[in-house]
Design a protein around this ligand. Structure first.
Ligand SMILES: Cc1cc2nc3c(=O)[nH]c(=O)nc-3n(C[C@H](O)[C@H](O)[C@H](O)COP(=O)(O)OP(=O)(O)OC[C@H]3O[C@@H](n4cnc5c(N)ncnc54)[C@H](O)[C@@H]3O)c2cc1C
Length: 468
């Protein structure tokens, strides 16, 4: 790494995962060197690594996130498709079973959703992000097998990062300090920035959590040759009376991922025999019946920490100069809504736009960028928390009046969206993060949602695609 001389502008990105790579892209051209600190060593092929444990599970990339990704790294959505990502239009190719029945399959073609295994997605983005930054304007170096263990500086300003090498046997080397003008924490849901604040003499940022208690268990399947692929992917989220769900969606290479989910008291098992049995207990038999026509090709993997958690780094004085927090380190979501990666991409766009507008990371610019990053997460937060609150127990169970109204309205609106083209289009625009939540308050959407009588969804998964 180039030493900090005062002449060169240097940046450190903690975490070389998705948000870390997008941070590299956003910083490109605004600093002279970027050093990425990554705890893992990247695999030589596009396979799973320990630092991203959620990578075993189903990951969809919403259309809003795809747009942001292509703004940051043009051509990446096409590269993902080339790598085998399946593009599924909502609700034509990926259909949801709501509490009252199946969604109608309108041929809307406004929201293509990408589905690809996470290790491949991360590798494609990483290869492109590092290649794009390899030009003369910004030098990029990745320190693999290196862990960030603290921040340097004081309560007012961050001046660098304490790191130490991780050896193959996971033992740790001696800590050393790397200096930088700016540090981006993109270390994911386990971010230690709140703890590191204490060492800087700061109070931890205020944190908000809304935990539905959901757990995931995922297994990869391959449809048998004689039966072929199912016509559509399906999403069957649980609902309060039946809090067990499933999603069965194709990924690259002819495989399908089955994620089973359930809230407290209904956690899906990771035992292989029990896993298949659990699929028979969700609110619709469709997925369980399909398993007879598919072979498992992986073990079952579980995941429990699915809490919505945001740290209020946007509040005045909540980040010291020289620090910005991005991706899951800033805000994590219940994964059932498929938003986290898209929010990371939207946050990186917000960072880049702020730097572009300010002509670089001058005084006060990072704090402005942090507020923009947090604002980019707001729509997803409102949606996830509004939908999850009915499942929360204990701390965080009590919502304010505004949020109770949001939950009531969203519940009515999502039921209507399953059967109504107009309300459905608005619902998808917002949940795919291509339109602000205010789109749901457009008079024609409100009137159709509130005044039209509730209608149930379809009793069976519709074979027929309807005109939009
Ligand atoms: C079960 C599950 C399913 C999900 N499904 C979806 C989905 O369908 N769609 C969607 O958009 N999102 C989904 N998400 C969310 C998505 O996984 C995250 O939003 C996304 O990974 C965030 O990227 P990130 O780079 O911030 O964090 P991560 O991808 O977790 O990357 C963090 C990186 O930082 C490194 N690191 C951590 N600590 C340190 C340290 N101290 N020093 C150096 N390096 C460090 C790690 O090794 C890793 O490389 C899901 C999440 C879960 C848990």
């Amino acid at each position: 790494m180039a030493e900090h001389t005062g002449r060169e502008r240097t940046a450190i990105v903690i975490g070389g995962g998705l948000a870390g790579m997008l941070a590299v892209t956003a910083l490109r051209g605004h600093v002279d060197t970027i050093t990425v600190i990554e705890r893992d060593r990247y695999p030589t092929d596009r396979t799973f690594r320990k630092g991203v444990p959620q990578a075993h599970h189903l990951h969809i990339f919403l259309s809003g996130g795809q747009r942001a990704l292509d703004r940051l790294l043009p051509g990446t959505v096409a590269a993902l498709t080339e790598a085998g990502a399946r593009s599924l239009y909502l609700p034509r190719d990926l259909v949801t079973r709501t509490p009252t029945g199946w969604q109608r399959r309108f041929d809307e073609r406004r929201h293509p959703t990408l589905s690809i295994t996470r290790p491949v997605l991360d590798a494609v983005v990483r290869e492109r992000a590092l290649r794009a930054t390899a030009g003369p304007a910004t030098r990029v170096e990745v320190l693999e097998a290196t862990e960030a263990v603290g921040l340097t500086g004081d309560a007012r300003r961050v001046t660098g990062v304490k790191v130490r090498a991780r050896n193959g046997d996971r033992s740790a080397g001696t800590a050393r300090e790397l200096r930088a003008d700016l540090v981006v924490d993109a270390s994911g849901r386990g971010s230690r920035t709140p703890r590191w604040y204490a060492e800087l003499g700061r109070e931890a940022p205020q944190e908000e959590t809304v935990d539905s208690g959901l757990a995931y268990a995922t297994r990869m399947y391959r449809p048998t040759a004689q039966d072929g692929e199912p016509a559509v992917g399906v999403n069957i989220p649980g609902w309060p009376e039946c809090p067990r769900g499933a999603a069965y969606i194709p990924v690259e290479g002819g495989n399908w991922l089955l994620t089973l989910s359930g809230v407290r008291g209904h956690h899906p098992p990771t035992d292989e025999a029990e896993f298949a049995a659990f699929s028979a207990t969700i609110g619709d038999p469709y997925v369980h019946e399909l398993l007879a026509r598919a072979e498992p090709v992986s073990p079952v993997h579980g995941f429990r920490d699915t809490c919505n958690r945001r740290r209020h780094y946007e509040r005045p004085g909540a980040v010291p100069d020289g620090l910005l927090v991005l991706g899951d380190a800033n805000c994590t979501f219940n994964p059932v809504y498929g938003q986290g990666m898209s929010v990371a991409a939207l946050g990186a766009v917000a960072l880049r736009d702020t730097l572009d507008a300010a002509g670089g990371p001058g005084p006060g610019v990072l704090a402005r960028a942090q507020r923009a990053v947090c604002r980019a997460a707001d729509p997803a937060w409102i949606a996830a928390v509004g939908a999850d609150r009915p499942y929360v127990r204990g701390v965080g169970a009590k919502a304010g009046l505004g949020e109770r109204l949001t939950t009531w309205y969203l519940d009515r609106l999502s039921a209507r969206a399953a059967v109504d083209r107009v309300v459905g289009a608005a619902f998808r625009d917002v949940f795919c993060l291509t339109a602000p939540p205010s789109r749901l308050m457009a008079p024609h959407v409100v009137l159709r949602t509130v005044l039209l009588p509730r209608r149930p969804g379809l009793p069976r998964l519709p074979a027929v695609v309807e005109a939009a």
